[in-house]
Design a binder for this molecule. Structure first.
Ligand code: GAP
Length: 447
């Protein structure tokens, strides 16, 4: 029997390219360093993931409002936020092998971890992480603008613009999903650290005396959200911060055991009143909130949950990636993405067993019926085994095959991705079966 293999970054990158999940940006020109494009399957997965977050964090909660703020903000925002002064990383280079090291790594360097040379580093230089551009036709100092390095600031500056029309009272939150940009010195590990990425952030505004309580609450909520995606629970961890960012008074990361090491997916921070106080100071507007119940005026404290869309996708791909012997042919290995059916890019693959005897016509008709309800994929290329294998690699949870018996009794086979079990059902029962299998899948995973 063929053996299971260990998953590596190389295998995953190859699968992402082969199946059209993620590939190098501007590839025909040699690519742009650490910049990636999401293909047809990748974009569906990303949309489903964001939808899952938005539903949990906004639509199912009466206390959280959504927002979509601009990427380019007033440059003063980044002075007030501390980014202009603080968002820098010390950078050193090994004089021998020219490998660069940044941030916290610089402090502990003695011997180059790459080539082994001792004490041969350039003097640390400060490197600014914000991308800078100019607004308008004149490239002068006063026209400098920045691409936002986080979506959070778009929420803080709109605190009153959201709270007043939404008639929210503290405690309440504002959530946003959007692109952020950082001129990272050492991007890498595929989409883990890139210069352009997407964040899913939520800022929860609370009374100062309740900040700790809400911090604990959001820690639990956020890890449970990752569990709801059917992650292997033993691969997710909390990491408490001892060294804090300039804005935080408490911070914890949710980390995942990637093949390249345990690394951050999301940060949960108690930001105190830092952000609103600073914007009050720099804008001249008041951010004081009058709490009618307490008969008290105060600047709300903020509990932030800040996750990366791309990192979560990468973790999901790793977590769901498995290689295992084929059921019918144990000498063959199949690669399968055991993604949660709700976020899988394609829900149902539809195949005519052969391209004749009326089978393609029926399969096309089934495709037409299902398309308004599910993301489907019609495939009539190659042997049925190869078609199953392609859908396994795409993470498609169900495959419907039209065969000779379909012509006689309007039944098809449905194959379930993880168990590879096939059952015969009436064509009219396909949507119901997909739902039932999805429910069973969730129940088996304890979701
Ligand atoms: N508003 C707080 C904030 O931005 P952060 O820890 O700097 O906090 C939050 O970033 C999340 O954004 C990270 O946990 C990560 O998922 C994602 N992220 C940050 N930098 C990234 C990068 N260069 N590439 C991909 N994702 C990144």
């Amino acid at each position: 029997m063929a053996q299971k293999t260990v998953k590596t970054m190389k295998e995953l990158v190859a699968l992402c390219k082969r199946r059209g999940f993620i590939f190098q940006s501007s590839e025909i020109y040699g690519g742009v360093a650490s910049t990636y494009d999401y293909g047809p399957l990748g974009v569906e997965l990303k949309r489903n993931l964001k939808e899952h977050w938005w539903r949990a964090m906004v639509q199912l909660r009466p206390d959280i409002e959504g927002i979509d703020s601009a990427i380019i903000m007033h440059p003063k925002v980044w002075v007030a936020s501390g980014h202009v002064d603080e968002f820098v990383d010390p950078l050193v280079e090994c004089k021998q092998c020219h490998h660069r090291f940044k941030g916290e790594d610089v402090e502990n360097l003695d011997k180059c971890p790459v080539c082994g040379t001792k004490g041969s580093f350039t003097e640390p230089r400060l490197f600014h992480l914000m991308f800078q551009t100019y607004m308008g036709p004149i490239q002068s100092e006063e026209n400098i603008a920045y691409l936002r390095p986080e979506t959070a600031q778009g929420i803080y500056v709109n605190f009153e613009n959201v709270r007043t029309p939404a008639r929210q009272k503290i405690p309440f939150g504002i959530a946003q999903i959007g692109k952020a940009f950082r001129n990272e010195i050492t991007p890498g590990n595929f989409t883990f650290r890139t210069r352009e990425f997407e964040q899913m952030e939520m800022q929860y505004f609370v009374h100062p005396s309740e900040a700790e309580k809400w911090y604990e609450y959001w820690r639990e909520q956020r890890i449970n959200w990752y569990y709801s995606l059917a992650f292997h629970k033993d691969k997710l961890h909390f990491h408490e911060h001892e060294k804090l960012a300039h804005y935080a008074s408490a911070a914890v990361d949710i980390e995942y055991d990637f093949p390249f090491g345990r690394s951050e997916l999301e940060g949960i921070h108690n930001r105190g009143d830092f952000d609103l106080s600073r914007h009050q100071e720099y804008s001249g507007r008041t951010f004081e909130y009058f709490d009618q119940q307490r008969n008290e005026r105060y600047i709300p404290y903020i509990i932030e949950t800040s996750g990366g869309v791309d990192r979560c996708i990468l973790a999901l791909l790793f977590d769901s990636y498995e290689t295992e012997p084929e059921r019918d042919d144990p000498d063959r290995i199949r690669t399968v993405l055991k993604l949660h059916p709700k976020i899988a890019p394609v829900k149902v693959g539809i195949f005519p067993l052969v391209n004749r005897e009326g089978m393609p016509e029926i399969a096309r008709e089934i495709e037409k019926q299902l398309r308004p309800h599910f993301m489907v994929f019609y495939d009539d290329g190659g042997s049925i085994g190869r078609r199953y294998r392609r859908q396994d690699e795409a993470g498609t949870p169900f495959c419907v095959t039209v065969d000779g018996q379909t012509l006689e009794d309007e039944t098809v086979t449905i194959r379930e991705r993880d168990t590879m079990v096939q059952v015969r059902v009436k064509i009219s029962e396909i949507p119901e079966m997909v739902q039932r299998y999805t429910d069973e899948w969730e129940r088996d995973k304890g979701l």
